[in-house]
Write a protein that binds this ligand. Sequence first.
Ligand code: LFR
Length: 470
Amino acid sequence: MSRRFAAVDLGASSGRVMVADLSDGLRLTEAHRFPNGPVRVAGRLHWDILGLYREILAGLGAAGPVSSVGVDAWAVDYGLLDESGSLLGNPVHYRDDRTRGVPEQVAATVGAATLYEVSGLQVLPFNTIYQLLADRLDQAATMLLIPDLIGYWLTGELGAEVTNASTTGLLDVRTRSWAVPLIERLGLPPELFPPLRQPGEALGGLRRDVAAEIGWSAPVRAVASHDTASAVAAVPASGPAFAYISCGTWSLAGVELPGPVLTPESRAANFTNEAGVDGTVRYLRNVMGLWLLQECLRAWPGSDLGDLLAAAAGERPFAAVVDPDEPVFLPPGDMPARIAAECRRTGQRPPASPAAYVRCVLESLALGHRLAVRQAMELSGREVEVVHLVGGGSRNELLCQFTADACGLPVVAGPAEATTFGNVLVQARAAGLVSGVAEMRALVASSQPLRRYEPAGSGDAWAEAASRLF
Ligand code: LFR
């Protein structure tokens, strides 16, 4: 058996097909990278799902034969199939505003406390539960989350991988099965939801036509198909006393627990209990993440991120900070203008230059990290000695140092490719090459460069800035 595994990862700005080789340590190569921008059609934001599928096939062709293939993507979004298994329309992107008002309606009919009691999920306007209620389901026979949809096209097998299913708002957090009474109460058809599968389970072999097109065949395996669940599985921690921040377009900040926290305080803090591998709970909250910076850069064509970060380091500290989780920042659009408006609304002078905006974004994000990490510790009772910051944000030295300073804890940064490592290592475990999550993490820690940031200063300035926001 070969020790090569392919990971398909659909991220916010790009999709990739990566190959990991475990014959000598853990080596990752990129077989193919392609853009994954949303497409606005008649005012609605969509996935370009067929274009992505074509690129995935091209990527698998370029990857060459592997032992197995796993697919992950961001959470909550889905495609609907009709009775014959054909896709009904283009999946809608979660940053579309079609769910406006729906969370409030659901809270009014079912009750916010009941919802949390059942699913343990934070309320985000784009959760699948709200999207489905805003959708047209009359022709729909099956709902497939995006990695499950790709898996279906590759193999012909229907199913719902559990870590991603846990982000729908329709999975029972205690039993980890579909919450049928809640589904029925909402008037959704329970048949829409296919059987659940666990990370590591084989879906089946590639369809014959797919194998013919890419030139080889292999089984497709369910991985922790929620990208954040894969990233958390690959956090290079050595014991339980850690918090993590999976930092990319979003910052997912929290702790790993053996069971859910469903207290009223946890609900009030909007903490989520999403499913991790091996029955663990990813107890975390979404912080708006590098989206704030990415959207600023989109508004400044021709700007250079390296130059901006260097200049931001010299800007005056805490000149202006915003709550990164203001809902106004969620949709795509002119981010500097929205940050400026938020500064004015809160009685601060807006940043005067791109470098000052970058400083404001990074300090605001670090304050968001501080709040989420502290609340995760308090609400769960978990002791934390170190914060592991993984994902693309681990390359941002200023953000890592700010996060260490703001949290008053050491930050270990890396790997940037945590999601891909989690994806391939779950496959390697299923193939018997790795024993369990502890060994997966040890392998990442020993094979990848990590950087440690010690907290500097007393933290008073961060505490003062936090008190301005939260
Ligand atoms: C990160 C992520 C988050 C989820 C958000 C939307 O990529 O998967 O975990 O809340 O995207 O799906």
